[in-house]
Write a protein of this length. Sequence first.
Length: 252
Amino acid sequence: MSLITRCPVCGTTFRVHSSQLAAHSGTVRCGKCGGVFNGVAALVEDEDRLLLEPSPQLGLFDPGRAHGGGAQTSAARELPDFLADEPHSWRSRWLWGLAAFLALVAIVAQVSYRFRAEIGAGFPQTREPLRSFCRALGCEMSLPRRPELMSIDSSELQADTRREGVIVLNAVIRNRARFPQDYPALELTLTDEGERPVLRRVLAPREYLERNRTDELLREGIAGGSEAALRVLLDTSRTRATGYRLYLFYPS
C-alpha cells in the first residue's frame, strides 16, 4: 500500500509503503537531508493536509486514505533509508571499546592476583613482575599452597634416649604436585590410652626446618614430586602420652 510522507526538516516528500513503516515503528531517514523523523506522524494527503494516523503496528491503518488525488500527483523524489536506530557515532564506539579494554584489564588483574602463586610457580620468568605487582597491592608473593596435593608419607614418635621427658618426631612430607609448594604447618596431637588428646601443638615451618637453612628452604619450598624429611624434639615431661595424631595444613 503506497503512502506519502514528508520530511519536516527539508520538506521533501517520499512514497512509502505501510509495511515499511510498520517494520521500523514508523522511523525513517530523509534521503535528501539525512533527518530522522516519524513517517507515520508526517503522512500527508493532497500535499498539505496532515494525516494523524495511529501506528500501523496496531493494525489500524486505513487503506482508503492511502490513494488521495494529491498524493498520487506528488512526485516521490527518493526512497527513504529506514533505520530502527541511530547509527553509533565514532565517540560512542570509542567509549565502548575503552570500557571493554578496561574490563579485560580488570579481569586479568583479578586472575593474576588470585592465582599469582600458581602462575609464578609454573612460569618462573613471571615471578619478579608478579612480585612487583603484589608489592604495589600490599600482598605477599608466596609459593602455591595446595594441601590436597601434599601428604605425610611416614611419621614416627619416639622417646629420646639421651634426655628424659623429650620425644623425637620424625616425618616425611611429600609434594605430589608438579610445581614447588610452600612448607605446610603441622598439628601434632598427643593422646592417652583412651585416645583422648592430652597435648596439642602446631608446628610452623620455621620450627621444624634446619635452623641454618630456614630462609633458603622457605624461599625454595618443596620441589614438585619430591619429599622433605623433618626431625623435631618436643618436651613432654608434663604429660603421659601413649599415642599421637599428625596432619598438615596451611593457615588461612
